[in-house]
Design a protein around this ligand. Structure first.
Ligand code: GLC
Length: 560
């Protein structure tokens, strides 16, 4: 690896930040966040240190699935702004060194999309060129309730359309008909949209709902399954032709071997990146048990990736905190530890909460969790508000619990909007996690705040390419199962991170072998240079304590 590779393959050492424009900052006072507001906060994001902004869907939408129901792929929802404002965001972000990626929802559209309106008008494809843009069947589908994504809202993945008496496929809500990704015209339309946003200046896409691309036209589960890889290869190829350094990041919550296939295997010709859902769920299981082994196992079982590929790591996103890859007993352990009440859970598989409440308001544990996230091999992804420890609104419906307005200050509406509270797109979180207690302003200049801690972690990421590129080794130690000690080695240097997932203090002896007899060891948080005679460093950790060390041979001139 050469240092210049880190710019060519920028996503391998990025820090991603996800936000929804409508809940970030409202500049025009109508209660809905907008692009003008986001423009005001690009410097905040640059100062935080993130390098890539992921914008949740901003397209025109009836907004019945928070914008994931798109009715026009080539425009901006007028509540948020317009294309001119979007270009301003891209200009500003690029000027500050930030890249911007867009959510790309190709599995389905809104039922308000003109393609669907035309599709349902006439059932004979010979007369209706739009009929096969979606997936229709003439016969009764039978019971498909086990396949729905939102079991509290839908009981079938097929809905009968009165207009033609046929059923259309929808894995998500019935107002989100699945596109037929096997149809050349559909693919061409979608790629046209991809090309449009790339030309405008976007740096890539987060691709939504990938596991559902594999549907059969007409007959779900039949022999005629759409090959999702064929679509992905076309998407990747097109993106690559138009913008060689644009990235594709897949939401592919599948088993490792299936994820490997969506990276394109050895050919690496599908996604550049995918979220590590398995690692995320193992992290929660480890934290619940105060036992690092499930996480260590998940990390060790990750398939080896092509050098251009990367995992995107995360602890929270805009959806339910899914625990679907754990066994029933494991999921119950996480529920018991972090969301024991039914109102904290959703879809029988996930949690509605954000981290601070799950960690019982225990600041050291919260910091440990984020430190752990930033120490894992991969590219860390933050969801807005995590950096200040925002809580959730359990009274909000399902996943909306974590989609509350960003809390900028202790003033009205948390500084999000000047509108009357009743006009806000979502109510601001109240009580102990409300803006009086949790906001950016208070934390910005407080060196002991969570925000300052997250900035420190991001600073470390920027200083240490080992974290995005290094080879992982889980270190043996004798401090008990609560401690994860791992090393990421890259050529002559390494980062060693030690995390105590337990509440009791421990002392860990960290091996520093392989760097000559007297390596140089720097504490990456305090900047202390440690004496490391021999090949080990003793680390005393408090309950939920962490330690970050950089190890290199003496005489190596790299900084720090
Ligand atoms: C993805 C998104 C989720 C959305 C769904 C349907 O899972 O993360 O928010 O509702 O796709 O587009």
């Amino acid at each position: 690896m050469r240092i210049t590779d880190t710019s060519d393959l920028w996503w391998k050492s990025a820090v991603i930040y996800c936000l929804d424009v409508e809940t970030f900052l409202d500049a025009d006072g109508d209660g809905i966040g907008d692009l003008e507001g986001l423009a005001q906060r690009i410097d905040y994001l640059a100062d935080l240190g993130i390098t890539c902004l992921w914008l949740m869907p901003f397209y025109p939408s009836p907004d019945r699935d928070d914008g994931y129901d798109i009715k026009d792929y080539l425009s901006v929802d007028e509540r948020l702004g317009d294309l001119g404002r979007m270009v301003e965001i891209l200009r500003l972000a690029h000027d500050r060194g930030l890249r911007v990626i867009a959510d790309l929802v190709v599995n389905h559209t809104s039922d308000q999309h003109p393609w669907f309106r035309r599709s349902r008008a006439e059932k004979d494809p010979a007369k209706n060129p739009y009929r096969d843009y979606y997936v229709w069947r003439a016969d009764e589908p039978g019971d498909t309730s086990a396949q729905v994504v939102f079991p509290d809202q839908e009981d079938s993945i097929w809905t009968k359309d009165d207009k033609t008496g046929e059923w259309y496929l929808h894995h998500f809500y019935r107002h989100q008909p699945d596109l037929n990704l096997d149809h050349p015209e559909v693919v061409a339309e979608l790629l046209r949209a991809v090309g449009f946003w790339l030309e405008l200046g976007f740096d890539g896409f987060r691709v939504d709902g990938v596991p559902f691309f594999a549907q059969g036209p007409g007959k779900e589960g039949g022999d005629d399954l759409v090959d999702p890889h064929a679509f992905m290869k076309q998407l990747r190829d097109f993106v690559q032709l138009r913008r060689g350094d644009a990235v594709t990041l897949g939401e592919v919550n599948l088993a490792h071997e299936d994820q490997l296939a969506f990276f394109g295997g050895d050919a690496a010709d599908e996604f550049h990146m995918q979220f590590d859902f398995i690692g995320m769920q193992a992290t929660y299981l480890s934290m619940a048990r105060q036992d690092a082994r499930p996480l260590a196992t998940a990390l060790q079982e990750r398939p080896e990736l092509h050098r251009t590929n990367q995992w995107a790591t995360f602890l929270r996103n805009h959806d339910e905190l899914t625990l679907d890859k754990l066994s029933d007993a494991e999921r119950q352990e996480v529920f018991d530890a972090f969301g024991p009440e039914e109102r904290m859970q959703v879809y029988g598989r996930g949690l509605k909460r954000r981290l601070p409440t799950m960690m019982g308001g225990e600041p050291r544990r919260l910091r440990m969790a984020y430190s752990l996230l930033f120490s894992l091999p991969g590219t860390p992804t933050l969801y807005y508000g995590e950096e200040i420890g925002m809580g959730e609104d359990l009274a909000a419906e399902g996943r909306m619990a974590v989609r509350t307005p960003m809390q900028w200050s202790a003033t009205k509406n948390g500084g999000f909007s000047s509108a009357r509270p009743s006009r806000l797109v979502q109510p601001v979180v109240g009580d102990g996690y409300g803006p009086e207690h949790v906001n950016v302003m208070d934390q910005l200049h407080d060196p002991d705040s969570l925000l300052s801690w997250i900035r420190t972690l991001i600073r470390i990421r920027h200083a240490c390419p080992e974290l995005g590129w290094g080879e992982l080794e889980i270190l043996e130690h004798d401090a008990g199962p609560a401690v994860l000690a791992h090393r990421l080695s890259l050529e002559s240097t390494a980062v060693v991170a030690v995390h105590n997932l337990g509440a009791d203090p421990v002392t860990v002896t960290v091996p520093t072998h392989g760097f000559g007899g007297d390596p140089r060891v720097v504490d990456l948080v305090t900047h202390d240079v440690l004496a490391a005679p021999g090949t080990e460093v003793p680390c005393a950790l408090e309950g939920y304590g962490v330690r970050w060390l950089r190890v290199r041979p003496t005489g190596d001139l790299a900084v720090p």
